[in-house]
Design a protein around this ligand. Structure first.
Ligand code: DAH
Length: 341
């Protein structure tokens, strides 16, 4: 066979085989087979020496054309396959953005947080600052400085978790009063929400962990009228403008005089019902004028300054607000309960 015919035959065969190839690897094999160092074209070119000087440039030109043709064909076939592959991939990985999404449930605030935020907002609106104190507290701050010495009967009413002889889990948020007064000169106007601990057996109205909100105002000429005004405003904002408030004499070691504050039952308007246990009134908080001894313990001169304090239980407020009659529900984190708020 003459070389021209051989070259043309190689070109046609390469074209035919390439058209059937459908994988990048196959194309690579074809490239080696035809245009590689040991390929058919190279083998032909090695025989050029046998040609006559007239034939040599003609066949040389043709051989180059065939090589160029094959290489081009290989390149475009490769491109074509790559494009096909990409197209297929895009097709397979197509995302239908119009499909409805899976809705994962989103959490929300705990009922205690909802009520606490509301209470904070009311006090902040009246110019109070929010401060926090430690949950593990010295006996001194939790009791001693608050006018509750070691032998004081009031200690019995607050079943205390002792860590050591003089370190306790705070039984009330009142120690924050002392910490604030030690550090800051009057005027003082703070509330301090937080966890408190008592070694109580768990039932519908008792838990070893619950929350209180402490309030403290100290300045010149603070009187019981300021206490009454502040608390009435607070309770009306919390329970509605038509709430009726009552102060009852009480005793706390760290206030003198002391009082407990009741709000007329909003369920029966004072007639007596299940919510108020037929009393007509619901106890909301404890309060009083800061005892001169407590001021003195904190380095504040009771001749120059006076103040009032208050303490309220967050769970109680939340229970009444939402008609929850078992405090344990707040701590069990059962989503069937929590999702209702
Ligand atoms: N610390 C008291 C308690 O846990 C509550 C309380 C009563 C706080 C009167 C006060 C207050 O600041 O003035 O029972």
């Amino acid at each position: 066979m003459n070389m021209k015919a051989t070259l043309e035959e190689i070109r046609d065969r390469a074209k035919e085989e390439l058209s059937k190839a459908n994988a990048i690897e196959t194309i690579e094999e074809l490239r080696v087979k035809y245009a590689g160092k040991k390929g058919e074209l190279t083998a032909i070119l090695k025989q050029m020496g046998k040609l006559s000087p007239e034939e040599r440039p003609v066949i040389g030109q043709l051989a180059n054309d065939v090589r160029g043709y094959i290489e081009n064909a290989i390149d475009s076939k490769k491109k074509e396959l790559a494009e096909e592959k990409l197209k297929k991939q895009l097709e397979e990985e197509k995302i239908d953005v119009t499909l409805p999404s899976d809705v994962s449930p989103i959490g929300h605030k705990h009922p205690l947080s909802i009520v606490l935020d509301e209470i904070k907002e009311i006090f902040v609106g009246m110019g109070f600052e929010i401060v926090e104190g430690p949950e593990v507290e010295y006996d001194y701050y939790n009791f001693e400085a608050l006018n509750i010495p070691k032998d004081h009967p009031a200690r019995d009413t607050q079943d205390t978790f002792y860590i050591t002889d003089n370190i306790v889990l705070r039984t009330q948020t009142s120690p924050v009063q002392v910490r604030v007064m030690e550090k800051k000169k009057p005027p003082i106007r703070i509330i301090s929400p937080g966890r408190v601990f008592r070694s109580d057996a768990v039932d519908a109205t008792h838990s070893p962990l619950f929350h209180q909100i402490e309030g403290l105002v100290v300045d010149k000429d603070i009187t019981f009228a300021d206490l009454k005004g502040t608390l009435e405003t607070f309770i009306k904002r919390l329970y509605g403008e038509d709430s009726v408030v009552r102060f009852r004499p009480h005793h706390f070691p760290f206030t003198e005089p002391s009082a407990e504050v009741d709000v007329q039952c909003f369920s029966c308007k004072g007639k007596g019902c299940r919510v108020c246990k037929n009393e007509g009134w619901i106890e909301i908080l404890g309060c009083g004028m800061v005892h001169p001894k407590v001021l003195e313990n904190c380095g504040i001169d009771p001749e120059e300054y006076s103040g009032f304090a208050l303490g309220l239980g967050l769970e109680r407020v939340a229970m009444r607000r939402y008609g929850v009659d078992d405090m344990r529900l707040f701590f069990e984190n059962d989503t069937r309960f929590l999702s209702q708020f």
